[in-house]
Design a protein. Sequence first.
Length: 217
Amino acid sequence: KLNNYWQGRKLLITAGPTHEAIDPVRFIGNRSSGKMGFAIAEAAAKAGAQVTLIAGPVSLKSSPDIERVDVRSAEQMFAAVKEHYQQQDCFIGAAAVADYRVKEAANEKIKKQDGVDELTLELVKNPDIIQWVAAQKDKPFVVGFAAETNNLIGYAKDKLARKNLDMICANLVGESLGFEAQDNQLTFITNNKVEENPLSDKQDQALALLAFIAGNN
Ligand code: PMT
């Protein structure tokens, strides 16, 4: 099904959450486990691709034929992507990157104070990693993900256009959907196609995604 398309091709992929420090021991994060992105990385490597995986803080292992860069924050993920995006054939952004980070993380652990019942954290916007990749002159084929709790296809199409992506994978997320789960259901969207997959495990979704890219390039 993959028709040797991935043999020798270079794929850069982000996976997992980012952790945005509040102080040395606390962070703002999300429930991404990295499973979806790691499944794509493993399937592509098996299909003969040269895979670089930029992983947020996750507890997953990856096979030794995958070049892995571990990062923690969105800014670190951005720096790693900038270092590796050149000469890639494809970039897949499966990471759940924090949209905002704490403006000034404290250098020391923040102490609970008597009489102080409210604490305000000031947040600033993080760089949009995939949008930056898609804006480069020598850009690879850029595939984004859209994690939505409602209006899935509508919001995904907005992101495809706004971030100038070649393709986006839409998935519904919620209490037991998308994040952390073993199964997922992706809808592949390009400027002229919408293709919905049946629900299956993330390994299976990964293969379907790689086949879709192969068939649309
Ligand atoms: O890791 P799992 O537990 O297996 O869960 C998988 C998943 C649900 C996290 C995954 O399938 C998924 O949907 N990943 C993207 C989640 C997300 O945060 O989407 P978003 O709609 O916020 O972002 C849209 C796109 O922009 C994504 O490709 C994202 O990587 C990218 N982005 C977002 C913000 C930012 N600052 N930089 C980015 O590159």
